[in-house]
Design a protein around this ligand. Structure first.
Ligand SMILES: [Fe+2]
Length: 377
């Protein structure tokens, strides 16, 4: 057996965990001509003034980023922006993904049609592709976008596109828990569930490595304990930081393996019902665990161990865990009833499902989704 690791654990982002974000901005942005990308909510809370106060250089502030950044909106926004050589992204995964898209478009000399075709056709960026550095300052804890080399963009009808390149890793990420205490309860919940989904999907994944397993199991252990606690103690900086680190570990793992069957199943639920991603990619995890146990019980056993239960208990323990955090209330707000008959032939996204250790087709995916809703509703 070769001693070489085929998919070594790899991440180019320098992550700061004990640096107040304002100090971090001062350290990382001075000497640059930075662009601040953030949300309307953070602009209302004067994040632009805080960032500007740390700089001796000028700061360009972009229009606010909405959730699910659209390809055409990014193109329109980029046209209106002056020169910048760094992006400071303060927000959730959508903001950091939008930063990657803007950096990518600028790196293509602002050629909108080339960018559009590259994204829609999923063609690789060229060898000389060199986007501006990104400083990612996440204000939610879940997507892992601060330590991955890809971003998600959306079409006018919620078609999902991905951009990916090794140079799209943020150069730096600042994890400051003070930016997370204002996170609403539902966002705390669904971003934390996105993180545990990344961690579990990195384990039942054909691309798993010893390092991704280690990061995933640490993440599952921490999230299982801490996510219910932080919902009851949203102002706790200590708990917020523990969730940030758990989500970071999940991001490291998923950055190596990509996601698998639960994420594949999630996409039509978000596209058709508007179900937030973290709910969509986590409601099926218990049943995906049951399904994947048939293929590799030792692998799913790693998750059961981290979840502090036996393999047989895992699906029900997971369902109870998310029920106790109030997930069903949110699911019912989005999914009109427990049937998914309007979703047909869309649950298998080969780029995600093919990573899963147990082959799945539309029929098996539909069975998993239906069993999940039956168990939860
Ligand atoms: Fe996700």
């Amino acid at each position: 057996m070769s001693l070489e690791m085929m998919n070594p654990f790899f991440c180019q982002t320098q992550v700061f965990t004990r640096l107040p974000f304002a100090k971090g901005v001062s350290k990382l942005a001075n000497g640059h001509c930075p662009l601040l990308l953030t949300t309307a909510g953070w602009l209302e809370r004067n994040i632009d003034k805080t960032v500007r106060s740390q700089l001796i250089t000028d700061l360009v502030v972009a229009d606010p980023i909405n959730s699910h950044p659209k390809l055409l909106d990014i193109i329109a926004m980029e046209k209106s922006l002056p020169i910048f050589d760094q992006i400071i992204a303060v927000g959730g995964g959508s903001t950091i993904d939008a930063a990657k898209a803007l950096a990518a478009l600028r790196a293509l000399d602002s050629n909108a049609s080339l960018f559009k075709n590259t994204v829609i056709d999923a063609t690789p960026f060229g060898d000389d592709f060199a986007p501006s550095p990104i400083v990612a300052i996440p204000t939610t804890s879940g997507t892992g976008s601060e330590v991955t080399r890809w971003g998600t963009l959306w079409g006018p009808y919620m078609e999902k596109y991905s951009i990916m390149h090794p140079t799209l890793y943020p150069t730096s990420a600042i994890l400051d828990p003070t930016l997370c205490v204002s996170m609403p309860e539902d966002v705390t919940l669904y971003s934390g569930l996105d993180a545990i989904s990344h961690a579990m999907e990195a384990i039942w994944n054909r691309n798993h490595t010893p390092a991704s397993d280690m990061a995933s199991t640490a993440s599952i252990r921490a999230l299982k304990r801490t996510l219910p606690l932080v919902l009851n103690n949203p102002d706790s900086l200590e708990l917020r930081q523990q969730i940030q680190i758990a989500a970071l570990y999940a991001g490291y793992a998923m950055g190596t393996t990509q996601t698998a069957l639960a994420h594949s199943i999630s996409y039509p639920f978000t596209a058709k019902f508007g179900l937030p991603h973290g709910f969509a990619c986590s409601f099926s995890l218990g049943e995906v665990a049951r399904y994947n146990t048939e293929a590799d019980s030792a692998r799913v056993g790693l998750i059961a161990d981290a979840f502090d239960c036996s393999l047989d208990e895992l699906p029900d323990k997971f369902h109870n865990w998310i029920k106790e955090m109030g997930v069903v209330h949110y699911l019912k707000n989005y999914i009109p009833n427990r049937t998914i008959d309007c979703i047909d032939e869309e649950l298998i996204n080969p780029a995600r499902a093919n990573n899963n250790i147990h082959n799945a087709d539309e029929k098996s995916a539909k069975k998993i989704a239906q069993a999940s809703l039956k168990a939860l509703f």
